[in-house]
Design a protein around this ligand. Structure first.
Ligand code: SAH
Ligand code: SF4
Ligand code: F3S
Length: 373
C-alpha cells in the first residue's frame, strides 16, 4: 500500500504534510514514487493567492482518468483551500470522484477518514480546533526540523485569507515546545530548528501567564546541543526591543530575519491594516542593523493593492532601495473572497500589476548584484 502527498503553500503546510506522512505510515502505507502508483493521494492545499488555488483544481481534476482505471485509489483534499466552505463545495461538485474533503482543523483525523472513505465519501469541515499536541512527524528535511509554536492569526490584514482558514492565534505551551525540541536535538541529526507560526512574535500572548517570544527563544537555546534556531514569520508591529536584543545576544539564534513590509507607502499600509508606517518599519531596520550588524534581511511585498497609484508603488521601490534587503518576495495582489480588500473599489488591472511586480523584481536583482560585487 503506497501513498503520495502533493503540498502547496507555506512552510506550515510543508510541516503539516510531515504529519500526514506520519499518519499514513502508521497505517502501514509506504511512499510511492509517483502518484499513479499510490493507493492514497493527498493534496494539502493553499488559498493565499488565486494561482495557488487554480493549481489545486487543475491537479485534482487531472486524476479523473486515474480514478476510473483504479477506483480503489483514495483521493483526499485538505488544507487552507478546502477549509473554505465555498471551495470544498466546488471541489465536491466539480470532482465527484474525490473521496475525502477536509480543512485545516481536522487534519489529525485523516487516518480515520481514510477508513470511513472505503464505505462512503467524507466531507467534514471544522470551524475551530484545539492545537493538536500529537507531535509525531515524518520529518522530510535532513538537517532542518520544523517546530510549530502557534496556529492562526489575529491580524486580519485586509488582503489576507489566513485568519479565515486558520482561525485565531493559539500558542502551544512552552513545556510541549521544549519537549519537542529536546526530542529533536537528542536525535542528533538536525542542525537547525525552525519555529513556525503566522506571526511568531505574538507568541504567548494568549497563554496564562503570558510568555514572550523572546523568552521562548531563550528557553529553547538553553537546551544543550549543537543547533541553531530560526523562525518565521515576524510581524513588524510586534517586533519588540526584547526580541531584537535576544537576536543580538543569543548565540543559538540565527542572524537573519524575514520581516514582511508589504508596501512602502503609508496610505496603502493603512488600507492593508498593517498597523505600522514606513517610518516605523525603517526605524526597526535601523535598530536591527545597529544591534546585529551581520543580520541578513528579507521581506514580502504586495503590488497592485486596490487603489495603489504609480507614485505609491514607487514608495515601495524606494523602501526596497533604502533598506537594501538581501532578498525579497514580490506578489501580485490577488483578491480573496471574504476579505475586506476584495470588496474595495479601485482594483488594479492585471497588466499594471504585472508591470509593477517586474519592476520590483528587477530592482531586487540590481541590489543583489551590487551586494555580490
Ligand atoms: N503571516 C505571514 C505570512 C502570510 S502569507 C505574514 O504576515 O507575513 C505570505 C505572504 O503572502 C504575505 O507576506 C503577503 O506578502 C502575501 N499575500 C498574502 N495575501 C495575499 C494576497 N491576497 N495577494 C497577494 N499576496 C498575498
Ligand atoms: Fe495574513 Fe496579516 Fe496574518 Fe500575515 S499577519 S497571516 S498577512 S493576516
Ligand atoms: Fe497558504 Fe495556508 Fe500557508 S493559505 S500560505 S498554506 S497558511
Amino acid at each position: 500500500m503506497l501513498y503520495y502527498i502533493v503540498t502547496y503553500g507555506c512552510q506550515m503546510n510543508v510541516h503539516e504534510s510531515e504529519k500526514i506522512a506520519f499518519i499514513l505510515e502508521s497505517k502501514g502505507y509506504k511512499p510511492a514514487q509517483k502518484r499513479e502508483d499510490a493507493d492514497v493521494i493527498v493534496f494539502n492545499t493553499c488559498a493565499i493567492r488565486e494561482g495557488a488555488e487554480d493549481r489545486v483544481f487543475g491537479n485534482v481534476g487531472a486524476l479523473k482518468k486515474l480514478k476510473k482505471q483504479k477506483p480503489e485509489t483514495i483521493i483526499a483534499v485538505c488544507g487552507c483551500s478546502t477549509q473554505k466552505q465555498s471551495t470544498a463545495t466546488k471541489i465536491k461538485q466539480m470532482f465527484p470522484f474525490v473521496d475525502i474533503i477536509i480543512g485545516t482543523f481536522n487534519l489529525h483525523k485523516l487516518g480515520s477518514y481514510i477508513d470511513q472513505a472505503r464505505e462512503k465519501k467524507v466531507l467534514e469541515l471544522w470551524q475551530e480546533g484545539e492545537i493538536d499536541e500529537e507531535n509525531s512527524f515524518l520529518r522530510s528535511d535532513k538537517s532542518n526540523a520544523w517546530v510549530n509554536i502557534m496556529q492562526g492569526c489575529n491580524n486580519f490584514c485586509s488582503y489576507c485569507i489566513v485568519p479565515y482558514v486558520r482561525g485565531r492565534e493559539k500558542s502551544r505551551s512552552v513545556d510541549k515546545i521544549l519537549q519537542e525540541v529536546k526530542q529533536i536535538v537528542s536525535e542528533g541529526k538536525y542542525k537547525k530548528i525552525t519555529l513556525l507560526g503566522q506571526n511568531v512574535n505574538s507568541y504567548g500572548k494568549d497563554l496564562s501567564p503570558q510568555v514572550s517570544f523572546a523568552s521562548l527563544l531563550r528557553k529553547i537555546s538553553q537546551i544543550e546541543g549543537d543547533f541553531k534556531i530560526s523562525f518565521m514569520t515576524s510581524h513588524p508591529k510586534d517586533l519588540t526591543n526584547e526580541l531584537i536584543d535576544e537576536i543580538a545576544t543569543n548565540d543559538k539564534v540565527e542572524k537573519s530575519l524575514h520581516l514582511p513590509a508589504q508596501s512602502g507607502n503609508n496610505r496603502i499600509l493603512k488600507l492593508m491594516n498593517r498597523s505600522y508606517t514606513r517610518e516605523k518599519y525603517l526605524s526597526l531596520i535601523n535598530k536591527l542593523r545597529k544591534k546585529v550588524p551581520s543580520i541578513t534581511l528579507s521581506s514580502d511585498f504586495i503590488v497592485g493593492f486596490p487603489t495603489e497609484t504609480e507614485q505609491e508603488f514607487e514608495d515601495t521601490l524606494s523602501l526596497v532601495k533604502q533598506v537594501q534587503f538581501d532578498s525579497i518576495f514580490a506578489f501580485i495582489y490577488s483578491p480573496r473572497e471574504g476579505t475586506v480588500a476584495a470588496k474595495m473599489d479601485g482594483q488594479i488591472p492585471l497588466e499594471i500589476k504585472r508591470d509593477r511586480v517586474n519592476r520590483l523584481l528587477k530592482l531586487e536583482k540590481q541590489i543583489q548584484k551590487e551586494k555580490h560585487k
